[in-house]
Design a protein around this ligand. Structure first.
Ligand code: NAP
Ligand code: GLV
Length: 309
């Protein structure tokens, strides 16, 4: 029995070496050197092509390289009887919290305006706003959102979260479900998206939802590109309803060269780099699941395939 590795964006050999070092004797097949598909019982994957996983008749479990699994579940031929696990890692949550805090503070401390003024050699004092007067809203209060929310409270921001189910996090007001989305959005001077991409969350940042934000709000999207209706976001930025956006994820990645986000004065683009799975940190939990699979124990960090995260 063998573990298959499929990814076009990670260094597959580095992951294979790190896995081999922790589980000597593990038969690892790095795509495209698969050998007999019948040998494969486990797969570590990122965005496999449609129908790819269905081609392994003895597949028993799939592990995502990352926290998100939308790139695997996008395959309508995914064998639904095969359980899937994902990454839940303190290092990933820490990296995402750094990204969120960095871009919230850039907005809060008016860094973009100051950089613009510097380029024009303009000495212009900008009136400060106390952190307690800003509300930061986080959509998605899971493994990543909860840590980012907590860090933001340390700066004195008001923090509100929105999730499917009610949360109890010290210093963070919890909104949940479709019915409370509007009430949540009306508070947010900064809206941070850390949702998984599912049929329910696709296109959730749209003209309608953005119109519920206070005028001058800022958007940070590090969830998935599919959360944002890009034309609606451009419209809201160009009409000065929103003051800016930091975007790490896009409908099409890499972001096409002619995409207006690249040069938009109110948009900061980062290359899907907000929080990355680091092999030395993440491999131990994959090894743990491989061992559990071999011992016939239930997997950990399992995805609920019925809701898509
Ligand atoms: P998670 O632990 O599964 O948390 C997901 C959160 O979203 C939960 O709080 C969940 O609510 C909420 N949610 C899901 N569907 C919802 C809906 N329809 N309405 C309201 N709330 C909903 O996921 P995570 O580990 O925090 O990761 C979140 C996402 O971040 C990933 O799926 C991935 O897309 C993205 N990500 C991006 C990067 C990057 O570098 N840009 C890196 C890692 C991850 P409940 O708590 O009530 O279930
Ligand atoms: C990265 O985008 C992840 O889902 O881990």
């Amino acid at each position: 029995m063998a573990l298959l590795i499929y990814t076009l964006i990670h260094d597959a050999d580095e992951w294979a070496e790190t896995l081999a070092a922790q589980l000597p004797g593990l038969d690892i097949r790095v795509y495209p050197n698969i050998g007999d598909p019948g040998d494969i019982d486990m797969a570590l994957v990122w965005k496999p092509p449609v129908g790819f996983l269905a081609g392994f008749p003895n597949l028993k479990f799939v592990h995502s390289f990352g926290a998100g699994v939308d790139g695997i579940l996008a395959d309508p031929k995914y064998p639904r009887h095969v359980p899937m696990a994902r990454v839940v890692d303190a290092g990933l949550a820490n990296g995402m919290a750094e990204y969120v805090v960095l871009h919230v503070l850039r907005f809060h401390r008016q860094v973009q305006a100051m950089q613009f003024n510097q380029r024009n050699k303009t000495w212009k004092w900008l009136p400060p706003v106390d952190a307690s007067e800003r509300t930061i809203g986080i959509m998605g209060m899971g493994a990543l959102g909860a840590v980012a929310a907590k860090r933001l409270t340390d700066f004195g921001f008001q923090v509100v979260g929105w999730s499917r189910r009610l949360k109890a996090i010290d210093g963070v007001a919890s909104f949940h479900g479709e019915d409370q989305l509007e009430g949540f959005l009306r508070h947010c001077n900064v809206l941070v998206c850390l949702l998984p991409l599912t049929p329910e969350t696709t296109g959730i940042i749209s003209r309608r939802t953005m119109s519920l934000l206070p005028r001058g709000a800022y958007i940070i999207n590090a969830g998935r590109g599919g959360h944002v209706v890009e034309a609606d976001l451009l419209h809201a930025l160009d009409n000065d309803y929103l003051s800016g956006a930091t975007l790490d994820v896009f409908a099409e990645e890499p972001l096409p060269e002619d995409h207006p986000f690249w040069t938009h004065p109110k948009v900061t683009v980062t290359p899907h780099n907000a929080a990355d799975s680091i092999p030395s940190l993440v491999v131990p939990q994959i090894v743990e699941n491989i061992c559990r699979h071999r011992e016939g124990k239930p997997l950990l960090r399992v995805v609920d395939l019925t809701v898509g995260y």
